[in-house]
Write a new protein. Structure first.
Length: 117
């Protein structure tokens, strides 16, 4: 989880990712990530808050690396009742992969790694 500033007057929030790897998938070494975020003003979800988080990845076994980002914002329906979401599909190749979640605003970066099949 990354705590971050967000675009919009008084906006900040938390962003995190939930991932799936598929050992029997059609494309080996693929990770599907759903980025989720609560973008708020004084603890209340606000329709003017937006953010574009970026996931940087590095395959520790092969040395391959890349990044991808998606937009999060209150233009999504029911932004006040559930986190806003954005989806990413990353082709990292099989192996142990390190993921870093960042934003282009002041934030606390989040780093994790797991095996991709």
């Amino acid at each position: 989880m990354t705590t971050t500033g967000a675009y919009g007057f008084g906006c900040s929030g938390d962003v995190w990712a939930v991932g799936n790897v598929y050992p029997d998938g059609d494309v080996p070494g693929t990770v599907d990530l759903q980025l989720k975020g609560w973008l708020k003003v004084f603890g209340v979800p606000a329709p003017w808050c937006t953010l574009a988080p970026t996931v940087h990845w590095r395959n520790l076994d092969t040395g391959a690396a890349g990044q991808a980002s998606t937009a999060l914002g209150a233009w999504q329906p029911f932004f006040w009742s559930a986190p806003v979401v954005g989806n990413l599909r990353l082709v990292t190749g099989p192996g142990q992969v390190e993921f870093t979640l960042t934003t282009d605003l002041p934030h606390t970066p989040s780093v994790t790694n797991f095996r991709v099949y």
